[in-house]
Design a protein around this ligand. Structure first.
Ligand code: FAD
Ligand code: NAP
Length: 324
């Protein structure tokens, strides 16, 4: 964390995933001298994955952390200021908008671009809380290594769950994918790889009811599951459970100040990143309940910077960037 300071800028960007980085690149190149506050996960969600095969520009797969390191370098190269801090409070009621960092720093922005992304969704079981970090995880690339030679379960049926299951076969002897329906929503290519992998077994139409384990230093022994059609309850023995059931937008900070949809995503205008507050723009997963891809996050980050630039021009804001 940086020292406590006061910052003023024409474009204040919250978040350092593909959306925030792209917004910073475009705003810097428009000479708006943006400030980007990185948050607790510098580089965002791609830093917890391995192969990225669908970000254009790379014929061979690139590693998520590597891609985000390059984006951060590009942000700095373009002249944006990157601050290691996380915002704990915002005031969107008047311009300049204000944000307070965990460091105590005060940030004021004539425009604000919200790119706080999304975080893992959990099952919501009491036993899940007990074993988080002791066998229950939401990140196979972070924790898969602990399950070398062991058996694990993965919950979910989207791209993330299938990727996690495939990745875990590098470490575990057996991977059981538990899905609540009888069809996956993951893309075809990933499904093909999943079904071709002899280490992976899929349990359909099934939900996890309870995570079972031992006390002491807590350790997982299995999961109690129920078939949603037959209501038959059974136990699957495993040493680890990876929860990959989607993400929730990081919008707690903005609740009550800006319009959100029923699932708490920031509402933006059609064909625009404009939010319910003039001068506040939102880009990436924090406002995207449909696509949620690195390239779409980058695309909307670009849109937000261009829209912020137009807003500043219309409102005649030419104040220089200062750091006092
Ligand atoms: P995020 O990447 O979520 O970044 C959010 C940023 O906001 C972070 O830097 C965080 O620190 C910051 N932040 C949060 N709160 C605050 C705060 N209070 N103050 C300041 N900053 C804050 N997409 C693909 O296109 N291809 C893939 O192969 C792919 N693989 C994936 C694998 C996994 C395991 C996961 C989880 C996702 C994957 N995705 C993939 C989806 C992709 O990662 C996201 O769509 C993309 O990262 C969204 O970018 P973003 O900039 O909106 O937000
Ligand atoms: P997702 O696509 O929303 O899938 C979530 C899965 O979890 C669904 O299968 C859902 O079941 C299941 N689920 C949700 N709530 C549940 C609950 N309470 N209990 C049990 N199961 C539950 O989420 P994701 O896989 O995390 O992907 C998020 C976004 O990131 C997507 O847009 C995805 O394309 C992107 N992503 C892309 C890549 C890639 O391109 N390679 C990799 C990872 C992620 P139902 O199917 O029944 O709804």
């Amino acid at each position: 964390m940086e020292m406590m300071e006061n910052y003023h800028t024409r474009v204040l960007i919250l978040g350092s995933g593909p959306a925030g980085c792209t917004a910073a690149i475009y705003a810097a190149r428009a000479n708006l001298k943006p400030i980007l506050v990185e948050g607790l996960q510098p580089g965002g969600q791609l830093t917890i994955t391995t192969d990225v095969e669908n970000y254009p520009g790379f014929a061979e797969a690139v590693q998520g952390p590597w891609l985000m390191e390059k984006m951060r370098a590009q942000v700095k190269h373009c002249g944006a200021k990157v601050v290691e801090d996380s915002i704990v409070q915002v005031d969107l009621h008047k311009r300049p908008f204000t944000a307070i960092g965990d460091s105590g720093s005060l940030y004021t922005g004539e425009t604000l671009i919200l790119c706080t992304g999304a975080s893992a969704r959990w099952l919501g079981l009491e036993s899940e809380e007990r074993y988080k970090g002791f066998g229950v995880s939401a990140c196979a690339t972070c924790d898969g290594f602990f399950f070398l030679g062991k058996e694990v379960c993965v919950v979910g049926g989207g791209n993330a769950a299938v990727e996690e299951a495939l990745y875990l076969t590098n470490h575990a002897t057996q991977v059981t994918l538990i899905h609540r329906r009888n069809a996956l929503r993951a893309e075809r290519m990933l499904q093909d790889r999943l079904f071709a992998n002899a280490k992976i077994h899929v349990v359909w139409d099934t939900v996890v009811e309870e995570i079972l384990g031992k006390e002491g230093p807590p350790s997982l022994t299995g999961v109690r599951v129920k078939n949603v059609n037959t209501h038959k309850v059974s136990i699957i023995k495993c040493d680890g459970l990876f929860v990959a059931i989607g993400h929730l937008p990081n919008t707690d900070l903005f609740k009550g100040q800006i319009s959100l949809d029923a699932e708490h995503y920031i509402l933006t205008a059609h064909d625009s990143t404009a939010t319910s507050i003039p001068g506040v723009f939102a880009a990436g997963d924090v406002q995207d309940r449909i696509y949620r891809q690195a390239v779409t996050a980058a695309g909307t980050g670009c849109m937000a910077a261009i829209e912020a630039d137009r807003f500043l021009t219309i409102h005649g804001v030419m104040a220089p960037h200062t750091a006092t």
